[in-house]
Design a protein around this ligand. Structure first.
Ligand code: PLP
Length: 401
């Protein structure tokens, strides 16, 4: 019996079409910037992948900037100079308290220029707080238009709110947030790493000005991502990686052609199977949650009453340590994450659950199950059987509610 993998939000297994396209691409050599035949061949493959990703999210191909992943795309987006040259730089950055660390760090904004947007206990960004903060203050009016009363007042700010959270799957009201930010004259960046492939046409749907995506969350390779701009009104004037003029001078360095090709192939495959796959995965998740609550009626499912991604179940049984569960499930060939798993591998109090005012004795018990394209009914049944075993033992010893 193979392993049960329920950690798609950490990384999805490579899709077969992505793997095939990458293996083929390894036989193609040359530098995409060279003018000779091989260079043009490499360039052509990169551009085809760019087109595929642009079609998937509803962007223009020239607005897709390939990066080394979602982390770099987020880092690249957070700069005070996203407006054209004749406008004021963004003076302030607003980020929600549940962002991925690659956004929370604020990158090229000074610490005292970063404001954290609160979230409600349901894990949703507090839209009313943002509305009153951005639309009722007079500060930070752009010098370029303050003497022109008839011209719309521009507040030079950048807001970054993720489309859905990686730990809880809770979906954020991005279109509503976009409306507020635009009314204030600012720009909205959205980390769409966890929603790519789960929601169609992300750019028009979110109305964000720039979005970050990552290949390995949709069945593409690790180490490839993209920052995608809405249109020519968003200008990335100050790249993070400089050198050659690649990616229209917005990200230097010879492109990772095979990785980009894999991303493009995954984008096409996911777009083709989108609707059927999402419905199937949601049914599996619902079946898993019904089973969980039959085993333990005390299990708290985070975000159950708000809009959530259909592939995630983040839950906690008070008193039942997530770390213990992850280790015991691993020994039974089941891979899941603790809600607070971070890149260093150590389990910490989750900043996401903390922002939702979840008490520490519950958040230390938070387990994250995330399903994806390869998940099956058998996976769900095997997880439930394994979990019931460890839960029953813990309960007998008084280690779980
Ligand atoms: N943003 C979110 C919401 C994520 O879940 C992740 C990965 O876990 C990232 C960004 C970083 O993406 P990458 O692993 O491609 O650097």
């Amino acid at each position: 019996m193979g392993r049960v993998y329920l950690d798609y939000n950490a990384s999805a297994p490579l899709l077969e079409p992505a793997k095939k396209a990458m293996i083929e691409a390894f036989d193609v050599f040359g530098n995409g910037s060279s003018v000779h035949n091989q260079g043009r061949e490499v360039h052509g493959r990169i551009e085809a992948a760019r087109e595929a990703l642009a079609n998937m999210v509803g962007a223009r191909a020239q607005d897709v900037i390939f990066t080394s992943g979602g982390t770099e795309a987020n880092n690249l987006a957070l700069t005070p100079s996203l407006f054209p040259k004749d406008m004021q730089p963004q003076a302030r950055l607003y980020v929600s308290g549940i962002e991925h660390p690659s956004v929370l760090n604020g990158m090229r904004f000074e610490k005292d220029k970063i404001t954290v947007i609160p979230v409600t206990r349901d894990g949703v960004v507090d839209v009313e707080w943002l509305r009153s903060e951005l639309l009722s203050t007079e500060e930070a009016v752009d010098e370029t238009n303050k003497n022109e009363p008839n011209k719309k007042q521009i507040k030079p700010l950048l807001v970054s709110v993720m489309a859905a959270n990686n730990e809880t799957g809770i979906v954020q009201p991005i279109a509503e947030i976009a409306e507020i930010v635009h009314e204030a004259g600012g720009l909205l960046h959205s980390d769409c790493v966890q929603v790519l492939g789960k929601m169609p046409l992300l750019l028009p749907m979110t109305n964000a000005d720039l979005i970050s995506v990552s290949a390995h969350k949709i069945g593409g390779p690790q180490g490839v991502g993209a920052l995608i701009l809405k249109d020519a009104s968003v200008v990335l004037r100050d790249p993070l990686v400089t050198g050659g003029g690649q990616e229209l001078k917005r990200r230097g360095g010879t492109e990772n052609m095979a990785g980009i090709v894999g991303f493009g192939a995954a984008a096409v495959a996911v777009s083709e199977s989108f609707a059927a796959d999402q419905a199937r995965i949601r049914d599996l998740r619902d079946q898993l949650e019904t089973g969980l609550q039959e085993i333990s009626p005390d299990a708290v499912i985070f975000g159950k009453d708000v809009s959530r991604l259909g592939n995630v179940c983040c839950f906690a049984v008070p008193g039942f340590s997530a770390e213990t569960q992850v280790i015991q499930l691993d020994l039974m060939n089941v891979s899941v994450s603790s809600g607070s798993a971070c890149s260093s591998g150590k389990v910490d109090h989750s900043h996401v659950l903390k922002a939702m005012a979840v008490k520490e004795n519950i958040s230390f018990a938070a387990l994250r199950i995330s399903l994806g394209w390869g998940s099956s009914v058998d996976d769900v049944e095997r997880f439930l059987e394994a979990w019931e075993g460890i839960y029953t033992r813990a309960k007998k010893r008084g280690h779980a509610a």
